[in-house]
Design a protein around this ligand. Structure first.
Ligand code: ADP
Ligand code: MG
Length: 700
């Protein structure tokens, strides 16, 4: 962009040092260019003028044409206010000021035609407007003003400095006067033609001064597309660079272990989705570039076996593998499951967690370094400095949303040539979000459940119906089934939650007494060894009911447990509910999920509960969740940096995102370094953006 656009904002006529400082501080506007990119939040239709007698059912903000005929000060207990009488040819209304009296008294235009604009309220059968915007009709007619009046982002401090939307709009006007024709096109002409995009200059003008609704829509589309397009260019470029520059071990052969397992020990036929995903992984790891793949699959879709067989590929090529899980319970469970599989092949597999004894630790460290250990399963403990692999070829991270980005990259740095990385997540991420956040990762999706699963039946019950629910549980237990009862344990109110859990446990113990029934309990305050012992009792079928907090949320696999009861379900998020539900439906029996709530439910809660009762599809649930919560909330602050978008919204603008992605992929396929002359400008902006806003940092 031209250097004039880099002029400090203070220099713009009508801004000056005080307003300049406020703009810098409140909105981060430092230069002309920043101001032009401060887009309105919304627009108000100013084509319509109302009459006083029409005010009854009108929108909050309206404009009227008339005259102000009197002005008086009204003394009240709570201070003075200034009241003016405004009339048009249909009747009178009042204008009210609580502050700024001196200025109003000196400047209010009386008995001349004016346009007033603001929010109307009805009080004592008279309409009134407080702190209206007032403009002489003759000025109003002359001003560069469009039908759709922009409403700019604002803060209290800006308001106090008199920087209203109208003032912002005037600044924009000034800016356009001073910088006319400096806005150079940023996108190649063929893209503009192909997608019928409004030229940059027109888009900027129309976003601030829309000539019509239609023009505004075109301007918005163009600017949203541009924003998403440049982000995609950066993400995809990063991926390409990784593939070319970041070396990786090429696992050239599919060897003994993999083949023996596949031919003789596979416990079931793989689903076609599992086969497809394995092929993708195999293909990636066959090349001398680091794999960085996200494996998405709904709960129960069978990611574990895919992970195991990927490990075999590494081992076949003389490398070690590791699998990191977010909790000890989960690490243990993976260890138990995979040990069984590994035994059939005489592979050396061990587990390392916070509670691994020093003596065992030592052996693990040794075997890792001399290469005797093939597979290491564990928790965060795998990231400790002492853990050194001889040659780590594949690192698998389960349920990745629990791990921070930093931890992910730390794992890579353990060796000179980084291991291939496979990130598995059971909380499906909507496609658009995955694309925006993990555009640099390749994505594999297992979109098919193993055959013969009966869909879980989910119902909503109020606390007042508990007796019926208890009867249902009793019946299921008598049929030989096992039951989970889960309580929320959410940090802020931990003490109370803990009390709820223990109260619940006590009353369940009373309602399901020994020796007829036996109950396990697992919560975060227990020692890991005690937790494991309780889990084990339940897993072995020695207890009928497992009372627990969300520690059992991820991954736990006990096929005979067929009923999941979630207490205070209104307090759980959608993805958490779905995760919890995923603990049942793992065996041959019909499974059930019962969501218990009080009668008081917010509309969001109702949506969550209804969604859960309607569908078992994790991807559909993720979409609803994204709409309810927004992307930042879902991914956590750490990762949502990328999502600080100026104008686009990845939930609402999904289609535009898909188009931008598609175009970026196409462009970089033809011209990866953007060296083609028609991409010169694009390349320039791309480089400038990469310098300014290094989105790479956010991602890995
Ligand atoms: P998740 O994707 O949630 O981690 P798991 O890998 O734990 O799922 O698999 C869930 C259950 O399904 C396990 O008991 C596993 O043995 C079984 N399973 C996985 N794949 C298949 C398949 N192709 N056919 C039958 N059962 C399968
Ligand atoms: Mg799993």
């Amino acid at each position: 962009m031209n250097h004039l656009l880099h002029t400090p904002i203070e220099y713009l006529k009508g801004v000056g040092p005080a307003r300049g400082a406020a703009l810098r501080k409140e909105l981060g506007i430092n230069t002309y260019e920043d101001l032009i990119q401060c887009y309105p939040n919304r627009y108000i239709d100013r084509t319509r003028y109302y009459k006083v007698n029409e005010l009854k059912n009108q929108p909050a903000e309206v404009q009227l044409i008339g005259k102000i005929i009197t002005l008086k000060t009204v003394e009240q207990k709570r201070g003075k206010r200034l009241v003016a009488n405004f009339i048009d040819d249909t009747g009178p209304m009042e204008l009210i000021w609580f502050q700024g009296h001196k200025w109003i008294k000196e400047n209010l235009p009386l008995n001349v035609p004016v346009v007033i604009f603001g929010k109307c309220t009805l009080f004592n059968q008279t309409y009134s407007m407080s702190h209206p915007e007032i403009e002489l009709l003759k000025d109003h007619e002359q001003n560069l003003r469009s039908a759709m009046q922009p409403v700019y982002p604002s803060t209290e401090a800006l308001g106090n400095k008199g920087i209203t939307s109208r003032v912002m709009s005037r600044m924009m006007q000034q800016l356009f006067l001073e910088t006319q024709n400096l806005f150079v096109e940023t996108l190649p002409e063929y893209l503009l033609n192909e997608l019928k995009l409004m030229p940059k200059k027109d888009a900027l003008f129309n976003i601030h001064f829309p000539k019509s609704n239609e023009k505004l829509a075109q301007a918005q589309f163009r600017l949203k597309f541009e924003e998403l397009f440049f982000i995609q260019l950066q993400l995809i470029t990063k991926n390409l660079i990784r593939k070319h520059k970041i070396k990786g071990h090429a696992f050239t052969q599919v060897g003994e272990y993999f083949n023996t397992f596949f031919q003789n020990h596979l416990p079931f036929d793989l689903t076609s989705a599992q086969k497809r995903v394995l092929k993708e992984i195999r293909n990636d790891m066959g090349h001398p570039a680091q794999m960085n793949r996200l494996l998405q699959g709904d709960v129960g879709s069978g990611k574990t076996i895919v992970a195991f067989m990927s490990m075999l590929l590494a081992i076949d090529n003389g490398f070690q593998s590791c699998l990191m899980a977010p909790t000890e319970i989960l690490a243990n469970q993976h260890f138990l499951g995979l040990s069984e599989l590994a035994q059939t092949l005489n592979l050396n597999i061990k587990i390392l967690t916070g509670s691994t004894k020093t003596a065992d630790r030592k052996i693990i460290h040794e075997e890792l370094e001399n290469g005797q250990l093939h597979i290491l399963i564990g928790t965060h403990a795998l990231l400790e400095d002492k853990v050194k692999f001889k040659n780590l070829g594949l690192a698998i991270i389960d349920e990745q949303h629990r791990f921070g980005v930093e931890q992910r990259s730390k794992l890579w740095q353990k060796n000179e040539t980084p291991p291939h990385v496979l990130v598995m997540t059971a909380t499906p991420i909507p496609r658009t979000l995955a694309m925006s956040l993990y555009g640099d990762l390749d994505i594999s999706i297992i979109d098919e459940l193993p055959p013969g699963r009966k869909p879980i039946q989910t119902v909503h019950r109020f606390d007042t119906n508990r007796l019926k629910v208890w009867k249902f549980i009793r019946d299921e237990i008598h049929k030989g089934r096992q039951i989970y009862i889960v309580y929320p344990l959410i940090q802020e109110s931990e003490k109370m939650d803990f009390k709820d859990l223990m109260d619940g446990y006590e009353s369940i113990s009373r309602d399901f007494p020994l020796p007829l029934y036996s109950i396990s309990i697992v919560h975060g305050k227990m020692k890991p060894a005690d937790k494991d012992a309780e889990m084990k009792r339940f897993a072995e079928g020695k207890t009928n009911i497992m009372v627990a907090t969300t520690v059992i949320e991820v991954g736990v696999n006990i096929p005979n447990a067929s009923v999941m009861i979630i207490e205070s379900a209104e307090r759980f998020g959608l993805s958490q509910l779905h995760q919890l539900r995923g603990r049942v439906g793992r065996g041959a029996e019909q499974s059930y999920c019962i969501l218990m709530t009080s009668h008081k439910l917010s509309s969001d809660t109702k949506t969550r509960i209804e969604t859960m009762c309607r569908t078992n599809d994790g991807f559909e649930i993720a979409e609803v969740d994204l709409k309810l919560r927004g992307p930042g909330d879902i991914m956590g602050k750490q990762q949502s940096g990328v999502l600080n978008l100026q104008i686009a919204d990845i939930v609402r603008d999904k289609e535009i995102l898909l188009t931008a992605r598609h175009e970026a992929v196409k462009l970089l396929k033809d011209d990866p370094s953007m060296l083609n002359p028609e991409h010169a400008r694009l390349r320039e902006i791309f480089l400038e953006l990469s310098r300014k806003k290094n989105i790479w940092n956010y991602i890995s």
